[in-house]
Structure formats: C-alpha cells, structure tokens
Design a protein around this ligand. Sequence first.
Ligand SMILES: NC(=O)c1ccc[n+]([C@@H]2O[C@H](COP(=O)([O-])OP(=O)(O)OC[C@H]3O[C@@H](n4cnc5c(N)ncnc54)[C@H](OP(=O)(O)O)[C@@H]3O)[C@@H](O)[C@H]2O)c1
Length: 316
Amino acid sequence: MTDKKIIAVMGATGAQGGGLVRAILNDDSSPFAVRALTRNPDSDKAKELQKLGAEVVAADVEDAASVSKAFEGAYGAFCVTFFWEHFSPEKELNHARAMAKAAKAAGVKHVIWSTLEDTRKWVPLDDNRMPTLMDKFKVPHFDTKGEANQVFTDAGVPTTFLLTSFYWDNMIYFGMGPKKGPDGQLAITLPMDDKELPGIAAEDIGRCAYGIFQRGDEYIGKTVGIAGEHLTGAQMAASLSDALDQPVLYNAVEPEVYRGFGFPGAEDLGNMFQFKRDFNKDYRAARNLDTSRDLNPSLQSFDNWLSKNKSRIPLE
Ligand SMILES: NC(=O)c1ccc[n+]([C@@H]2O[C@H](COP(=O)([O-])OP(=O)(O)OC[C@H]3O[C@@H](n4cnc5c(N)ncnc54)[C@H](OP(=O)(O)O)[C@@H]3O)[C@@H](O)[C@H]2O)c1
C-alpha cells in the first residue's frame, strides 16, 4: 500500500495518458502514485508501465462499471476519450458521461478532462462557411469534447478543463508529415494559409497535466489551454528543412481541398483547420505558452521535438 495519492489515468498506454504516467513515475519525490487503466493489462505497453512502477488496472470506457471500479479510492483522474478509434461523437459523449459519473461516485477530488472547443459556438450549424457533418456537428471530434465539459460540471465533479493542441507527433503516426509531390519535392500540406498553428509534443500534454495536479486546487473549475509553440506552416517547413537537411515546402491548400482528400476523417480535419484558421486569434489566445511552460518547465519547442524525433517521421 502506498500513502501517495492515487491518480487514475485513462488512456495510460496512449499519448496523453502515457505522458502523465511517465511524468509522475519519473519524479521520485512525487506525492502521487499512478493507476494506469488499460483494456489489456497483459499488453507489452501495460507491462512496461507496471515495470516503471504503475499499478495496472483493467478498464474499458465502454463498460461503465469497469470505470467506476477503477476510479475507486483515487484522489485524481485523467479523463480522455478516443475519437479516432470509433469516429463516433455519440460514443465520445457517452464515455465522458461514464467517467464523470464514476468520478462523482468515487468521490474523486480532482479530474482533468482533456477537452477541445465546441466549434459550434463560433460556427453555428446554419453557417455555411463549412459543411455540417453527421447532421449536428461542424468539427465532430472537437464539438463533443467541448459539449462534454458540461457533463463534468453537471455531475458536480471538481474538474480542470485542459484544452490540448495539435500533436507534432501526427507527423509520425497520423500521416501528416512531409510527403513527396510529383516533382519529388517534400512538402507539408495544411489549410492554414499564413496563420499560426498551436502545436505540442504529445508527451508534454501529460507533463502539463502533472503540473496541474501538483498545484492542488488552483486550476479546479478553470480552463487551461496548452501548446509548445504557435507556428505558421512556413515556419514548420523551415524547421523541418533544417532538421531533415533537405528542403521541405509548405503547401497551403484551401480547407475545401483538404476536406476532399478522401482519407477517413478528412472532412472533420478540414473543418478543424478552417476553424483554427478563421478564428485564429481566439484559438491561439486560449493556448498560452507561458502558462504551459510554467506547468511543465521541460516544455519542448518544435525544433527540440524534431531533434529527438526526426528519424521517426516517415518521408513518403
Ligand atoms: N492527434 C492530435 O493532434 C490530437 C490533439 C488533441 C486532442 N486529440 C485527441 O486525443 C484523443 C486520443 O488521445 P491519445 O492521442 O492520447 O490516444 P492514443 O495515443 O491513441 O491512445 C489511446 C489509448 O487509449 C486506450 N483506449 C482505447 N479505447 C479504449 C477504451 N474503450 N477503453 C479504455 N481505453 C481505451 C488504448 O489503450 P489500451 O489498448 O491499452 O486499452 C490506447 O493506448 C482523441 O480523442 C483525439 O481527438 C488528438
């Protein structure tokens, strides 16, 4: 038994949750212990977390009873949903409900809810600048996360609303890295025009969440947005050119072109980038770099992140 306060981490084998698990376990004097939730405690990733010192517990967010059980006795919970596993906003909302209900029932003292903007507050459904998707969303994977903020508030759970940013790791895992055009020239393609895109090393999201837990009640009831840097497509291309030691161009396309790329989620992401472009001032203002660095002193810049990860970016 530990006398440390337990933080139950949803998505512990993934990007956001994994960053939090490692941030806590790498700090020998941490007042927190980690309960890593996973559907499969026997997986290599789960065993790795156990070796680092985490208590590994089986939980599936589809199974509300398993979440309730996993939250019992926890001081804190990191709650995240997994849109790209199922592409269903309804599921995302149900999963948030299950976690909020479980946190309330277990008397969890501090939940961090990994959220994003409900873009319909900026672009109502009858605004035709971007298409409505799945009948009632503009950016499905953003809108339900924002809508679910109220779920945690209504459940009466002490919650910090953590607004995350575009992971630079999408260049490794999500097909968003430089690609060769017909002329053989490498380019990144983003529908951001000349606007700055807040981005972050995925690992830093969990480290910022750790900073929030360390501050006790300070951020409860508050929204905090985090990013490592705000960069234009041209600036990202310049950094990539330096890191990869070969020219990378920025291919700025219109959002409607991006929506038409045809890969699963292209319309959702086309709308997402258009939201970030058209409401750039609000979107950036919600993600303060000084606050992010204060929460996580080892916050990485894009160049720092590239120096460690450039060899992992597939250059197709
Ligand atoms: N990519 C971006 O730029 C970006 C930016 C901001 C926000 N987001 C959001 O981040 C969310 C995903 O977080 P992530 O990137 O940390 O995820 P991730 O790296 O894809 O990992 C997800 C982890 O969640 C677990 N998981 C999946 N389904 C589960 C279920 N039914 N019950 C319990 N655990 C489950 C899996 O663990 P096990 O297999 O071990 O169970 C997996 O390791 C998405 O909703 C996305 O919209 C992404």
